[in-house]
Design a protein around this ligand. Structure first.
Ligand code: SF4
Length: 616
């Protein structure tokens, strides 16, 4: 039975009370209070007045002579693989709803001290369930993907590069396998509590790990969701289920946008790369989608299967196939793997990535369909002398930008009489214009060493442009770029600490742009403090991963120790961008560990610099 009397799915978790007989101690009540207090400090920051207080110990009122240290040895906040089956979704709850993990810990410790009773009889308990689920909704984007991505629990392909094969066992993202019926019950409950207007939903999801469209009940789920929201369904799919029946069903659910992992336009190579039994289904879906005007992006992971030459030749054919069928845009996702995927080097990342980027840039010049590299900053670091430029690298066909005459290579200098200095500024202004239904936009762009004036009529557009997903009027940039406002915030943090020696962590992708922005910024370089940039290694994921957003607390601790050993110098402050701890609202990394552990382990003040995850 997984439904409650109120017809809600029961979110339940197991309890394993401590076996006190094994470690008898007269101080057990004090020990339990220590555990409760310590675990609470992973969820709250104590304050005095409006100041945050860092707490590392406490005294009992009964004996204020003794200080009890809390963080002498930091226990790892990750579960071992053996603990994976420890209750329903508790591993994932550590990450996205750590209050449930806290309740579990508290109950287990309290049950070491007391027994529960009903009508004078001891009641044995071995688990707990969430009561009144409305209390368990959290602020969210109000995006329906928060619900339907919970259906992405399985996959009907088996890609050679599947990232699920390279997940470390300690990753806090895994949920227990449930039957499709039980998942449907949970999904229906999620739909019930999903409130797109109030922007609240039950426990946020962290992105799909499998193929959402191969869930047996997905169409029922999407139809129920459609009765609740008119927002676009943006679905990541491998395309293997996109038969004419599914495409027609999706067309009834508009607005819908698909990101299709096609990977190859050759049935043979797609079958080899993805173990897709019926590769034609995905390939033939593109004209079907066009016929019913469901826009889609084509995603390609160029994996050097057989040889680099074969990969590049196939990449070109696949890009041309996507363009021929009016893809909204084509995204080439540069391939990577963790040490759990392979301990041996599978390919030389720099060589493969540079070869793919070179080919993409050559192809881009002749394409009418926008072609982007993921991560865009890699291409920018290789080719752009000036970073963070508001340069147009493509325009969606039939978009206001394309019909108005914006072109690849244009550098935007002015929008509606506002001077544009960098890419994030251009993107934010365009999003504002898009949201506010402004009808005409004037651009000044740099083109062929001169300037050109362009006027866009925002009421003129057609397929595959999609007003639901195109926040920038059809203009495609080389990624999000670096918001210079972060530097102002950084300066504030340093000032607040009156720090003289500051270490700022960054990633090798962001570092070149960050260095340029620091040079240009009026807030830095006046000798008030020393700011050192450091790039920690992705030791936790290993392999050829080098993304800042995939760093975990352990990587930063290692990076700090390595820096101190190398420099033998004192540090007053360490600043860490929030993005590796951004995926939930509780400052956890991908293993469920809180960022506060970094300061607890190193003894150096750590501050988080709020910044958004760079997705493109
Ligand atoms: S389609 Fe996605 S989830 Fe499925 S095997 Fe391929 S990479 Fe993995």
């Amino acid at each position: 039975m997984f439904m409650s009397e109120t017809h809600d799915y029961i979110f339940s978790y197991s309890l394993e009370p401590k076996d006190v007989a094994e470690h008898p101690t007269p101080d057990l009540p004090d020990e339990v209070i220590k555990v409760l207090f310590k675990s609470l400090l992973d969820l709250v920051i104590p304050c005095a007045g409006d100041k945050e207080i860092k707490v590392d110990g406490f005294k009992f009122l009964k004996n204020n002579q003794v200080i009890h240290k809390l963080f002498t040895s930091i226990e790892k906040k990750v579960l071992s693989p053996e603990e994976e089956n420890d209750g329903q979704e508790i591993k994932a709850a550590l990450f996205y709803e750590p209050r449930i993990a806290l309740i579990k810990k508290w109950l287990e410790n309290i049950l070491a001290l007391v027994e529960l009773e009903k009508d004078g009889e001891v009641v044995a308990v071995d688990g707990f369930r969430l009561k009144q689920l409305e209390h368990w909704t959290v602020p969210s984007e109000g995006d329906p993907a928060e619900v339907f991505e919970h259906a992405a629990t399985r996959c009907n392909c088996n890609c050679v590069f599947c990232y699920n094969k390279g997940n470390p066992p300690q990753l806090a993202l895994k949920s227990l396998p449930l039957s499709a019926k039980e998942e449907l019950a949970a999904l229906k409950t999620r739909i019930k509590y999903f409130n797109p207007l109030a922007k609240r939903s039950l426990f946020l999801n962290l992105g799909s790990c499998g193929e959402v469209l191969c869930h047996p009940y997905i169409l029922e789920v999407l139809n129920l969701l459609r009765s609740k929201t008119n927002q676009v369904f943006r679905l990541n799919t491998n395309g293997s289920t996109l038969t004419s029946t599914t495409v027609s069903a999706l067309a009834q659910l508009k607005p819908v946008f698909l990101d299709i992992s096609l990977n190859s336009a050759s049935p043979l190579r797609r079958a080899k790369l993805m173990q897709d039994k019926y590769p034609q289904v995905a390939l033939e879906s593109l004209p079907l989608l066009k016929a019913v005007e469901v826009p889609y992006a084509i995603v390609i992971v160029p994996w050097p299967l057989d040889s680099e030459e074969e990969m590049l030749a196939d990449l070109e054919k696949t890009i041309l196939y996507a363009e021929q069928h009016a893809a909204h845009h084509i995204q080439v996702s540069l391939p990577g793997y963790t040490k759990y995927f392979s301990e041996q080097e599978i390919f030389n990342r720099e060589k493969i990535w540079a070869g793919v980027v070179k080919q993409v840039r050559e192809l881009r010049t002749g394409l009418s369909c926008p072609l982007v590299i993921m991560p865009g900053m890699y291409e920018e670091n290789l080719y752009a002398v000036i970073k963070n430029q508001p340069e147009v690298i493509g325009v969606v066909q039939n978009s206001p930008a394309a019909l108005g005459g914006l072109k690849k290579g244009d550098v935007i200098r002015n929008i509606n009489n506002i001077s544009i200095h960098n890419r994030p500024q251009a993107r934010e202004l365009l999003s504002f214009i898009h949201q506010n239904e402004i009808k005409t936009v004037h651009f000044t762009v740099e083109r062929d060493k001169g300037t050109t004036e362009i006027k866009l009529d925002l009421s003129r557009y057609a397929y595959p442009y999609y007003e639901y997903t195109d926040a920038h009027l059809g203009i495609i940039f080389l990624g999000t770029g670096f918001r210079t406002g972060y530097l102002e915030k950084l300066k504030e943090i340093i000032k607040l600490h009156q720090a003289k020696e500051v270490l700022l962590f960054t990633s090798s992708l962001v570092k070149p742009t960050l260095e340029q922005c620091l040079k240009e910024s009026p807030f830095f370089g006046n000798g008030e403090f020393n700011l050192t940039l450091e790039v920690p290694a992705n030791k936790f994921f290993g392999g050829n991963i080098f993304m800042g957003d995939l760093l975990v607390a352990e990587d930063f601790i290692y990076g700090i120790r390595r820096y101190l050993n190398k420099k033998d110098s004192k540090l007053d402050l360490i600043v860490i961008p929030s993005s590796p701890f951004n995926l939930n609202q509780w400052g956890r990394d991908l293993t469920g560990r809180v960022y506060l552990d970094i300061e607890r382990e190193t003894g150096i003040p750590v501050e988080i610099l709020p910044c958004t995850t760079i997705y493109d």
